[in-house]
Design a protein around this ligand. Structure first.
Ligand SMILES: [Zn+2]
Length: 289
């Protein structure tokens, strides 16, 4: 039949294409992560092409996503290692919007999508135009600042709000996990989106007086989670913040019907898509829960 002979000839036609043509086809898919997965499953030749981690890093980069730095090396099966591979990350980023209910996470990369589509850079290490202005992703303000009606311009000049920052690391109610950031690292798309356009390997944040209060580095490009985690490190370990966390934990325990032991066990297993999240003040507060 014409149909079967035509379909079987496609893979053989692809396998005869020179590598430079395959490369151009792959690059043309740019930031369409689902498109890269479709291409990688077309035939053995494409499967071989996509064995390279660099293909998936390119796909993530062009889509506006990086890989947040791990807090530390996580033991896996008794061995050191466990860093997420780029293909695994691309898989998470492609699947998460199908189940997440938070618009700013599902469409985390849409804010800069137009710019990324035209971005000539194919990796964070490509040179930047010195005249290009650096713009913060709106999630930086949304997650870390008390909401100001004056909008982002005014908020930009203010220091982040420690209460807002703390909430991004505390758990949420079990039934709200898909509809609230609690913690942020339960949401790979919001976490991995680059914190700035264009993406940067290093960021410095200044207060209203021009003093640098925060520096963030990630050789793969600073993501929202990198910035978020660096900010949370700045939260004072004082009674006021301990009390906020204590009230939060107690409220979840009282409405969930769990005992405090069950609660601690449950959230200790839920450590986000990188498997490295730690809940603020949990160890200190356990005797009071
Ligand atoms: Zn999400």
């Amino acid at each position: 039949m014409a149909t079967s002979s035509s379909s079987s000839s496609v893979p053989s036609a692809i396998s005869s294409l020179p590598d430079v043509v395959l490369h151009r086809i792959r690059v043309s898919v740019a930031g369409n992560i689902a498109g890269h997965f479709a291409l990688s499953q077309t035939c053995r030749k494409w499967r071989d092409v996509y064995r390279e981690e660099s293909c998936w890093q390119f796909a993530c980069f062009k889509a506006g996503f990086g890989k947040p730095k791990l807090r530390r090396i996580i033991p896996v099966d008794g061995e050191l290692g466990g860093e997420l591979r780029w293909r695994e990350l691309a898989c998470l980023l492609a699947a998460h919007p199908g189940k997440c209910e938070i618009k700013s996470c599902k469409a985390a990369n849409s804010h800069f999508a137009k710019e990324y589509a035209h971005l000539v850079r194919t990796s964070i290490r490509d040179p930047l135009s010195p005249t290009l202005a650096i713009e913060m992703h709106p999630l930086y303000f949304y997650l870390h600042f008390a909401h100001h009606p004056a909008g982002l311009t005014e908020a930009h000049a203010l220091m982040p709000d420690t209460h807002s920052m703390l909430l991004t690391h505390l758990p949420t109610f079990p039934e709200s996990k898909l509809s609230q950031y609690g913690p942020l690292c339960s949401h790979p798309n919001a976490s991995c989106v680059f914190a700035t356009f264009p993406p940067m390997e290093s960021l410095s944040f200044e207060d209203g007086n021009g003093n640098v209060f925060l520096s963030v580095q990630n050789p793969d490009g600073c993501t929202i989670l990198d910035v978020n985690r660096a900010l949370v490190e700045l939260i004072p370990q004082d009674m006021a913040h301990l009390q906020i966390a204590l009230d939060h934990y107690r409220e979840i325990i009282s409405t969930s019907g769990m005992s405090s032991t069950q609660f601690v066990e449950r959230i200790s297993r839920d450590r986000g898509f990188l498997g490295d999240h730690e809940y603020p003040f949990l160890l200190e507060l356990m005797p009071q829960l």
